[in-house]
Design a protein around this ligand. Structure first.
Ligand code: FES
Length: 152
């Protein structure tokens, strides 16, 4: 996963290019995360200024949606689906396995910066669960052995 280093000037340009959209805050946040891999705390005042919102309102939206990261992700991001259909197919076991293998909890990045482990809520691959995205590659029918293979 390659993301640009945080750059306020670039962030401002991204924000400006989305200003005319309806409900511009979410597209702006997605675009910022796409560019930098996360939404830097310094983006909140830029977004607030651009949309005439308070910083608290912007912060509230960033923290409400699980998909927005507030810190730089690791080199590899593993997102395990923990929604109902995947849970019924054993995603809990997969999450436990990954937590112990990577030594981190959901929402955390390993100290060496190699891996970030995240939960997601449905990847549209319910019939083939448990599902996960490993660096944006969708995988289904996952077992601990299969995910270990992908991580290797
Ligand atoms: S519930 Fe996991 S992909 Fe839909």
């Amino acid at each position: 996963m390659t993301a640009a280093a945080w750059n306020a000037e670039r962030a401002r340009a991204i924000i400006d290019s989305h200003r005319s959209l309806r409900g511009a805050l979410l597209p702006m946040l997605h675009a910022l995360q796409e560019e930098f891999g996360y939404v830097d705390a310094d983006a909140a005042p830029l977004l607030a200024d651009s949309l005439n919102l308070s910083k608290a309102e912007v912060h509230g939206v960033i923290t409400f949606y699980h998909e927005f990261r507030q810190s730089h992700p690791g080199r590899h991001v593993v997102r395990v689906c923990v929604a109902e259909a995947c849970q019924a197919r054993g995603s809990d076991k997969l999450v436990d396995h990954l937590k112990s293998k990577l030594g981190i909890d959901l929402g955390e990045t390993r100290a060496d910066g190699e891996f970030t482990l995240e939960a997601v809520y449905c990847l549209g691959n319910c019939a083939l669960g448990p599902s996960a995205l490993v660096d944006d590659q969708l995988m289904g029918r996952l077992t601990p052995a299969r995910i270990d293979g992908a991580l290797a």
